[in-house]
Design a protein around this ligand. Structure first.
Ligand code: NAD
Ligand code: GLY
Length: 370
């Protein structure tokens, strides 16, 4: 069975792959895997909630295309994206005698995708894998570009590898069952692409915010495709984050500090990134890189997407400590992604981390010694 779809190529020489987009294209999975010569023995990694919605459709498609599929069920939630769950994936693969001529399929959001991707990167020194992202965040960000990881108890995504999938299959229809809060959180990453790379796309987001929130298929497809194209363009230049890929971390330095201070799970990743973008935009304004009009537009758009823009109140020193523990610190110095108005961003090494953030976070003044 073939359903109407479009694709873009992530060009990485022998690690190149296609991202396939469409509405209602899950039944096409088996045919797409055959097309890329994916191994016939596969393990589908997902969680109970997602399997409940989409498992049967995926399994039917695999069976009709001649795939022999086992299901590996992992628990739902960021708190399970860890070495214990990873080990349970290896256990099942070993017990069921998976070998080098087998492959993994990740069906789910960023948690399942990151974890299954890392399992694929490391099991038998690497077996092929495919991403079927089912959240907005995973469709526009985590499934593309090959970052795979699990969390360590001392920090997020500290154990991981760059490992590209053989294919990313994005069915926007799967977003219909996603909670509104998850949709908004994923849209934060879409807004990010507009701010750092594409002012026309940012304009388009302003004009189409209501349609996106209503999951209008045409608007969704455009936003997901444009986001993936921007990410693919960046990853093609800098696969392993030696330079320009770091721009994708816009809003993430402060965002990760929010996640770490509030406890992972309380704030969705995209919500923390939204708030982090507000802080980055304030710093850019303070350094004369941007203007008040741009900041107002960013804040207004994030509010329209029902994203948080108020910084949770902790002591500034707690934020600075959390940022300095982040893996984005290099040789003791912090580099921030700052926007130059809307549609462009650059990396700026920050010498005085405390002073830079203190200057733009007057609301934390009362908690300064938190
Ligand atoms: P998630 O994977 O936890 O999914 C959010 C919730 O939605 C879960 O409860 C999940 O079961 C549910 N869900 C998923 N798809 C659904 C669907 N179609 N219908 C109904 N429910 C569905 O969260 P996320 O926001 O997708 O991903 C966050 C993770 O992604 C974090 O661990 C973060 O570190 C990682 N991440 C990775 C990258 C990367 O480049 N690898 C980039 C950004 C974020
Ligand atoms: N999510 C940031 C990256 O993939 O580099």
């Amino acid at each position: 069975m073939t359903v109407k779809s479009e694709s873009i190529q992530v060009g990485l020489a022998e690690r190149s792959y296609q991202i396939i987009f469409g509405q209602g294209i899950l039944p096409d999975l088996g045919a797409q895997l055959n097309r890329v010569g994916f191994p016939k023995r596969v393990a589908l990694v997902s969680n109970p909630a997602i399997l409940g919605h989409y498992g049967q459709r995926v399994l039917d498609s695999l069976a009709s295309a001649g795939y022999d599929c086992s299901v590996i069920t992992v628990p739902d939630g960021e708190e399970y994206k860890n070495l214990t769950t990873l080990e349970s994936i290896y256990d099942q693969l070993i017990i069921e005698r998976f070998d080098r001529s087998s492959g993994l399929i990740a069906l789910g959001g960023g948690v399942v995708g990151d974890m299954a991707g890392y399992a694929a990167a490391t099991f038998l020194r690497g077996v092929p894998f495919v991403q079927i992202p089912t959240t907005v965040l995973a469709q526009v960000d985590s499934s593309v570009g090959g970052k795979t990881a699990v969390n360590h108890r001392l920090g997020k995504n500290l154990i991981g590898a760059f490992y590209q999938p053989k294919l990313v299959l994005i069915d926007i229809e799967t977003l219909q069952t996603l909670e509104t809060r998850e949709i908004s959180a994923g849209i934060a990453e879409i807004v990010k692409y507009g701010v750092i790379r594409d002012s026309d796309f940012f304009d388009w987001l302003e004009e189409n915010a209501a349609k996106l929130l209503a999951l209008d298929p045409e608007a969704l497809l455009h936003a997901v495709k444009r986001s993936c194209q921007i990410k693919a363009d960046i990853v093609e230049i800098d696969e392993r984050e030696g330079s320009v890929r770091a721009l994708l971390n816009y809003g993430h330095t402060f965002g990760h500090a929010i996640e770490s201070l509030c406890g992972y799970g309380d704030w969705r990743h995209g919500e923390a990134v939204a708030c982090g973008m507000i802080v980055a935009a304030r710093i850019a304004l303070n350094m004369g890189l941007s203007d008040e009009g741009a900041n107002r537009r960013v804040e207004t758009l994030l509010r329209r997407f029902q994203l948080p823009v108020d910084v949770p109140v902790f002591g500034l020193n707690q934020y600075v400590d959390a940022m300095c523990r982040d893996k984005k610190m290099r040789q003791g110095s912090l580099t921030l992604v700052l926007n130059l108005g809307i549609g462009n961003a650059e990396l700026f090494p920050i010498e005085d981390v405390d002073g830079t953030f203190r200057a733009v976070l007057p609301e934390l003044e009362a908690k300064i010694d938190g």
